[in-house]
Design a protein around this ligand. Structure first.
Ligand SMILES: NC(=O)c1ccc[n+]([C@@H]2O[C@H](COP(=O)([O-])OP(=O)(O)OC[C@H]3O[C@@H](n4cnc5c(N)ncnc54)[C@H](O)[C@@H]3O)[C@@H](O)[C@H]2O)c1
Length: 247
C-alpha cells in the first residue's frame, strides 16, 4: 500500500458505516486523518470504533439540511473544521423499467444520491473557501456515464452527481480546492441487497476485467484524490470501471 500523508487533516465520509465509505474511512485514518462518518445506520458507531481514536460516528441523514448542518457542527466541535469530504452515502433503489418505476422510489433515489450529495457539498464549501484549502470526492457510478437498464433513477442521479462535480470544480478553481468524482463499476457490498441477481449478473458481464471492484481499490484512488498532492486536477471524473468505460 502506498503511503499518503494526511496527518492533521479532518475528513468527513458520508455513508462511512459500511461498504466503500468504510473502506475510505479506514484508508484515510491509516493515512493520518481524523475521520467523521456521517451515516444514519445504527452500525455507524461500531464501524468507527474500529478506527480507534481516529474515528467519529455522527448520526446524519444527508437528505435533511438541518441534519447536515448539525452534523457539521458536531464534527467541528469534536475534531476541527473539515478539509476533506468524501460523499459515499447512496442507494441503488429497485430494478424496474421506467414505466414501472414507483414514483416514491424515484424521489428517494434522487433525494439521497443527488440532493444529499448537494447538501453536504453546500455545507462544507464556505469554510473550505475561507481556509483556501479543501479536497472533495463525490462517488458517482459508471451507471451515470452509461445508463444501466432497469436502474434509471440511479443512473440519472449519478449522471447528475458528475455534472454537480464539474460545476463545483469550476466554481472553486480559484482556491486550492479540488472537487472530483469517481465512477466505480460494481463492488460487492450490501448495496447488492437492493438489486436483482439478474442486474448484478448484467453489471459483472460488462466489466472487461471480469471481476467486481474491491472496495480497497476504490479507497486507494480516493485517498490520493483527497491528498494535498492532488493540487491541479479538479472538476474531473476518475474511472474505476475495470475497463468498461470508453471515455
Ligand atoms: N457497490 C457498488 O457496486 C457501487 C458501484 C458504483 C457506485 N457505488 C456508489 O458508492 C457509494 C457507496 O456504496 P456502497 O456499495 O458502499 O453502499 P452501502 O449500501 O454498502 O453503503 C451506503 C451507506 O450509505 C448510508 N446512507 C444511505 N442513505 C443515507 C442517508 N440518507 N444519510 C446518510 N447515510 C445514508 C447507508 O446507511 C450505508 O451505510 C454509493 O454512492 C453508491 O451508489 C457503489
Amino acid at each position: 500500500m502506498n503511503k499518503i500523508d494526511l496527518d492533521g487533516h479532518i475528513a468527513i465520509v458520508t455513508g462511512g458505516a459500511q461498504g466503500i465509505g468504510f473502506a475510505v474511512a479506514e484508508r484515510l485514518a491509516e493515512s493520518g486523518a481524523q475521520v467523521a462518518s456521517w451515516d444514519l445506520a445504527e452500525s455507524n458507531e461500531a464501524a468507527m470504533e474500529k478506527l480507534g481514536s481516529s474515528g467519529l460516528a455522527v448520526s446524519c441523514d444527508i437528505t435533511d439540511w438541518n441534519s447536515v448542518t448539525q452534523a457539521l457542527a458536531q464534527t467541528r466541535d469534536a475534531l476541527d473544521t473539515p478539509n476533506i469530504l468524501v460523499n459515499s452515502a447512496g442507494i441503488a433503489g429497485p430494478n424496474a423499467l421506467v414505466e414501472d418505476y414507483a414514483l416514491d422510489d424515484w424521489q428517494r433515489v434522487i433525494q439521497i444520491n443527488l440532493t444529499g450529495t448537494f447538501h453536504v457539498n453546500r455545507a462544507v464549501l464556505p469554510e473550505m473557501k475561507s481556509a483556501n484549502y479543501g479536497r472533495i470526492v463525490n462517488i458517482a457510478s459508471i451507471a451515470g456515464k452509461e445508463g444501466n437498464p432497469n436502474a434509471s433513477a440511479y443512473s440519472a442521479s449519478k449522471a447528475a452527481v458528475i455534472a454537480l462535480t464539474k460545476s463545483l470544480g469550476k466554481e472553486t478553481a480559484g482556491h486550492d480546492i479540488a472537487v472530483n468524482a469517481v465512477t466505480p463499476a460494481a463492488a460487492r457490498t450490501r448495496i447488492f441487497d437492493q438489486m436483482s441477481q439478474e442486474h448484478i449478473d448484467y453489471m459483472l458481464s460488462k466489466i472487461p476485467r471480469n471481476r467486481f471492484l474491491q472496495v480497497e481499490e476504490a479507497a486507494g484512488m480516493i485517498a490520493w484524490l483527497v491528498s494535498p498532492e492532488n493540487s491541479f486536477t479538479t472538476g474531473a471524473v476518475f474511472d474505476l470501471s475495470g475497463g468498461r468505460a470508453t471515455y
